[in-house]
Ligand binder design. Structure first.
Ligand SMILES: [Zn+2]
Length: 499
């Protein structure tokens, strides 16, 4: 018997959808192991929640594989169970390249090892890029829906203390002043502006005057600070970094008073220095001591980068930004891909597309079910109100909450439907982008350049007066492939590998 590990992963959302649970993945993989005479030494499972981003078991599995040289196989259901993003991909890629480890992507009929054909590795790499890209795309679509609402002047989330989410007579959702809470907000700003109170003493004062926050009297002074900094109370709101002056909710305090309070809250050391004005800050690493490179302006116009030297004095020479720029252009210019090659890659990805469709259908079905449940609740509550089983107030507040939930679900549903059809289109976009990388890079602004580097470049270190830049390996293959010419997916690459 040969030793193997099993890895299964599910996000908390997926877990609710049929067929995506950890037990079903484990069962599937155990069966595969016994069919192929593999002895499973250990099983690792990750359940991801929105709050807990790290994959502790994934890392433990890699460490375990590293320590136990007798382990030669890792079994996973499919690529997107193993990889969430390109960073995970880099870890797996290194594992394969530097050991005899064999990765089985069982449902995809792919076995990856150091000796795998480069086309298989290539498609694996592109899928890793897609995993990240897909999630970005999904959140993008959801964001669009929220932004549309914001454009209409309605804050697309829960109103802060002082206001309540309500349904207007025409059935539309609005944010109204909460007559019980708003006076305390007005009082808070007025008192604080006198300069006679600290956050702590003002909290005490308001509690004495009868303030109740979210059903209680026990809240931290930082809650007070958050309120004092919330411009929402002046009749505007921020959504995703943009300020909306056309807000439909009524102000509780005047802008002048708000500004007065801000001046009192602000302390000199809180004025952070301008960040992110340099194109490559945070993207380059010192190859000698491992510190990040930082930028500064010399003679009023030339931008130079150098090691921060946090780990002790580091004597590497300064690096001109203009030279860095040229190096990146040169690197990206090395990516070559013809129309035929592009078509062949997309062909390889089309196969995994079917799997995605299945996942989406599941998600969509589930979201639709949830929407229906909420609608049933809303309908029932309305009947209960008519029958006077519940009070008018209770009906108002519950229905507002449910409508809000329903709206968020509907947005997600919409996002799923759009993202679904975008999958292959996205793959195509990535390839298009890679193809024209050098040209695009020259034309783009700092923010776009940084995005592009993050998408394409896996490593950038500075050592011995030289920049050492590496592309992520799907793209690296596009360069190396020029010489060996063997990375292009072949027509027989979809067949089940033997062994
Ligand atoms: Zn250094």
């Amino acid at each position: 018997m040969v030793n193997a590990l099993i890895y299964a992963r599910v996000s908390s959302k997926e877990q609710e959808a049929e067929g995506y649970s950890i037990p079903s993945q484990l069962k599937f993989l155990r069966e595969y192991a016994s069919k192929n005479s593999l002895s499973v030494q250990k099983e690792f499972t990750d359940i991801e929640t929105a709050k807990k981003a790290g994959r502790t078991e994934f890392n433990k599995m890699l460490a375990y594989a590293e320590e136990h040289k007798t382990i030669q196989h890792i079994l996973v259901e499919k690529t997107d169970r193993l990889l969430r993003n390109i960073a995970d991909y880099a870890l797996i890629d290194r594992l394969i390249e530097h050991s005899d480890m064999i990765i089985h992507l069982v449902k995809e009929n792919v076995v990856l090892s150091r000796d795998s054909r480069s086309n298989e590795k290539f498609i694996f790499g592109i899928k890793a890029l897609m995993a990240k890209n897909y999630v970005d795309n999904l959140s993008e679509e959801t964001r669009k829906g929220m932004v549309e609402k914001a454009e209409q002047g309605v804050y697309p989330s829960f109103a802060p203390y002082g206001y309540i989410n309500q349904i207007a007579a025409d059935g539309k959702k609005v944010i109204a002043i909460d007559p019980n809470a708003a006076p305390f907000i007005a009082r808070l700003f007025e008192l604080y502006a006198t300069g006679d109170y600290s956050l702590l003493t003002i909290r005490k004062k308001l509690l004495e005057e009868g303030m109740i926050y979210r059903g209680g009297k026990n809240f931290h002074k930082s809650t007070i600070e958050t309120m004092l900094k919330n411009e929402f109370y002046t009749g505007v709101f921020y959504w995703k970094g943009k300020k909306y002056e056309n807000a439909k909710h009524k102000p509780i305090i005047k802008k002048v008073l708000f500004q007065q309070v801000q001046n009192m809250l602000r302390r000199p050391h809180q004025n952070k220095s301008k960040k992110g004005i340099f194109a490559y800050s945070g993207l380059l690493r010192c190859g000698v001591c491992g510190c990040a490179l930082t930028a500064e302006i010399k003679k009023g116009k030339y931008v130079y980068y150098h090691c921060t030297g946090y780990k002790g004095k580091c004597n590497q020479p300064y690096l001109r930004e203009a030279d860095i720029e040229l190096e990146f252009e040169k690197l990206l210019g090395n990516i070559r891909i013809t129309e035929n090659e592009q078509e062949a890659i997309l062909g390889g990805l089309r196969e995994s597309y079917r799997d995605k469709v299945e996942y989406h259908n599941n998600c969509v079905k589930q979201l639709e079910r949830q929407v229906k449940t909420l609608q049933d609740r809303i309908d029932q509550a309305y009947l209960d109100k008519l029958d006077q089983k519940i009070s008018e107030n209770f009906w108002q507040s519950q229905t507002a909450k449910w409508l809000h939930e329903k709206e968020e679900l509907t947005l997600k549903l919409l996002a799923h439907q759009k993202a679904d059809t975008n999958y292959l289109q996205n793959a195509n976009l990535i390839l298009e982008l890679a193809k024209k990388a050098a040209d695009l890079f020259k034309k783009q602004n700092i923010e776009q350049k940084r995005k592009m580097i993050r998408l394409l470049v896996s490593n950038s270190t500075y050592q011995g007066g030289k920049l050492d830049l590496t592309l992520y390996s799907p793209f690296e293959a596009m360069m190396k492939g020029r010489e060996s010419g063997n990375w292009l997916p072949e027509s027989d690459s979809n067949q089940r590998p033997s062994g």
